[in-house]
Each structure stands twice: as structure tokens, then as C-alpha cells.
Design a protein around this ligand. Structure first.
Ligand SMILES: CC(C)(COP(=O)(O)OP(=O)(O)OC[C@H]1O[C@@H](n2cnc3c(N)ncnc32)[C@H](O)[C@@H]1OP(=O)(O)O)[C@@H](O)C(=O)NCCC(=O)NCCS
Length: 153
């Protein structure tokens, strides 16, 4: 499935809020509680300021279908809109994001990409393995037992 990545912008705020509070996304996140609008306000401001979050569209300017982000330590996050899961979009987002970060790693000061994935999150494990991330074992992250997957840019 072909997708285009673009930087996140202010207009994406509430669609990302809805994705974040999706039942599966909360279950697979390390903080599984529902996110309030106030919490989202603060988190979204820092996301915009980080310049390390991209939105996926099926065609330029079309409805957002997913998102990829990476923090200053290389820890990544990915999500696909509920209606679009299981169609290969997550795979395309991760492939495109890796290509982009291989080109721009100096700009973003990142050398390794790290994914902490809950053991029950089968779609995510398949996704990261297929993209070439290697499993570095089981660890504890944010109070949960999870896998650590790493990709060297
Ligand atoms: C994880 C996520 C981003 C995957 O995106 P997606 O577009 O559904 O993924 P794809 O369609 O590209 O499929 C990726 C792999 O997952 C597998 N998969 C998809 N849905 C699945 C399901 N319900 N159960 C098991 N495997 C599943 C696919 O078969 C594929 O593996 P394969 O290529 O080896 O067959 C998406 O499910 C999501 O947003 N989940 C909630 C948030 C989340 O868990 N984020 C990751 C946190 S680490």
C-alpha cells in the first residue's frame, strides 16, 4: 500500500487524540488509561515542537491514516487509524519512516531506532521484525514487561 509521509501540524491534533484513545492503542500503550484533552494538549505541543512526528496519507492532502514518531533517544511509536488496520499501511509507514530517517539521521541526531513492544502485541511484533528490527530480548519499560527491538540506521 503506497503512503505519503508529511510533518504533523496543528490540524492533526484531534484526529491524533482520537487514535490515541482507541481501545487497542490504549491496551498496547504503556500508560493504558484514557487520555484527557488537557493531557493531550500538553503532549501534542511537545510533539509539534520536536519536529519528529510524521502523518501518513494515502495520497497527498488526503485524510490521515496513521502516524510515526521518534523521540530524541530513538524510541519510536507508530499507530494506524482503526478502520485502516490489517491492510499493510503500518508496514508502509515503517518502511517509509526508516528511509526518511536514514536520509535525515544527522538532522535528527538519531543512530538507533528502538521499539518497546508489549508481548501480546502480535501485529506490532510482525511489523517491526519485517522492517528489519532485531529483537534484543525481554525487558521492563515504563513498568511493563516487553520486547526491545532495535534497528541501526
Ligand atoms: C501495530 C499497527 C501500527 C500495525 O499497523 P497495520 O497497518 O495494522 O499493520 P499491517 O497491516 O502492515 O500488518 C503488519 C503485520 O501485522 C500482522 N497483523 C495485522 N493485524 C493483525 C492481528 N489482528 N493479529 C495478528 N497479526 C496481525 C499482519 O499480518 C502483518 O504481518 P505479516 O506481514 O507478517 O503478515 C496497528 O495495528 C496499530 O495502530 N495498533 C495500535 C497501536 C500500536 O499497537 N502501536 C504499536 C505500539 S509498539
Amino acid at each position: 500500500m503506497e503512503i505519503k509521509l508529511r510533518y504533523v501540524n496543528e490540524q492533526d491534533k484531534w484526529i491524533i487524540y482520537n487514535w490515541s484513545n482507541d481501545v487497542t492503542t490504549r491496551k498496547m500503550s504503556f500508560n493504558s488509561k484514557e487520555i484527557s484533552k488537557e493531557q493531550h494538549d500538553l503532549w501534542f505541543e511537545s510533539l509539534l515542537a520536536s519536529s519528529r512526528c510524521w502523518i501518513a496519507e494515502l495520497a497527498e492532502g488526503s485524510l490521515p491514516v496513521g502516524m510515526f514518531r521518534v523521540n530524541g533517544e530513538g524510541i519510536v511509536g507508530i499507530s494506524v487509524s482503526g478502520d485502516y488496520r490489517g491492510k499493510g499501511i503500518g508496514t508502509s509507514i515503517l518502511e517509509e519512516a526508516i528511509k526518511l530517517l536514514e536520509r535525515e539521521k544527522e538532522i535528527h541526531h538519531i543512530s538507533d531506532l528502538v521499539a518497546f513492544i508489549k508481548i501480546v502485541n502480535e501485529p506490532s511484533i510482525s511489523l517491526f521484525k519485517k522492517a528489519g528490527f532485531g529483537c534484543e530480548g525481554i525487558t521492563e519499560y515504563s513498568g511493563s514487561v516487553c520486547y526491545k527491538y532495535v534497528y541501526k540506521l
